[in-house]
Ligand binder design. Structure first.
Ligand SMILES: N[C@@H](CCC(=O)N[C@@H](CS)C(=O)NCC(=O)O)C(=O)O
Length: 218
């Protein structure tokens, strides 16, 4: 068996998969993307023409999309964590995974990507819509994410793998302030989880590249 993960330590979706791999203690080779490793970028684009990451290579099979990668790992390289439980709880996990990816991560990324554009191509109106949508997501999560310690209760699942990077970076874009005590506390619990803390630490060196300026916290 040979598992390789193409990604970057500062990338939110790479974290999502790293958290699952590390929590299961699954051995893999990390194929770092970036200017020092052009061969990894070339292979990523050869295998997944969209060029987005993370990408898992299992022997010679390429698996894209963070959620699908975690489902693949559970099916073919299972560890102690049951990332998607059966039945109603599993459906709740899948739903929350979509909420974190589509309502939190996507709006966080929209603001970050806009800031990465040359000044003349930036769009303040789109950015303010994305921030407003982030606040709508926080409002919804504050009321509906009422389990503890994790998204569905005692079990750490795919929903928490999605929540950790999305809430980590969303807070840097649009602060999760005192209006959201439950959500803030959930984010703090996630950041205290050993594998999430590892992802945060391994990304620390790249903070100067955060286009909006990384806040002095976390
Ligand atoms: N839907 C994809 C999204 C992956 C994604 O947005 N990855 C970002 C890094 S966090 C990326 O590839 N950015 C570079 C690009 O879009 O070209 C997933 O769930 O894996």
């Amino acid at each position: 068996m040979s598992l390789q993960l193409f990604g970057h330590p500062f990338s939110s979706y790479t974290w999502k998969v790293l958290i699952a791999l590390w929590a299961d203690e699954t051995p893999f080779e990390f194929r770092m993307l970036g200017p020092d490793h052009p061969e990894n970028g070339d292979e990523l684009r050869r295998r997944w023409s969209f060029g987005q990451f993370p990408l898992l290579v299992d022997d010679d099979r390429s698996v894209a999309e963070a959620t699908c990668i975690i489902e693949h790992l559970r099916a073919h390289h299972p560890g102690p964590n049951r990332w998607i439980p059966d039945g109603e709880l599993g459906r709740r996990v899948r739903f929350l995974d979509r909420v974190f990816d589509l309502r939190v991560m996507a709006n966080m990324q929209a603001v970050v990507f806009d800031a990465l554009r040359p000044a003349e191509h930036r769009n303040p109106a789109d950015r303010s819509i994305a921030r407003e949508r982030l606040r709508t997501a926080y409002d919804w999560l504050e009321v509906n994410l009422n389990q503890s310690p994790w998204a569905i209760g005692e079990q750490f699942t795919l929903a928490d793998c999605a929540a950790a990077p999305s809430l980590f970076y969303a807070d840097w874009v649009e602060e999760i302030d005192q209006r959201y005590p439950q959500l803030k506390a959930y984010r703090a619990r996630l950041l205290a989880h050993p594998v999430v803390a590892r992802a945060v630490d391994e990304a620390r060196a790249y903070r100067p590249f955060f286009p909006l300026g990384a806040p002095d916290r976390d």
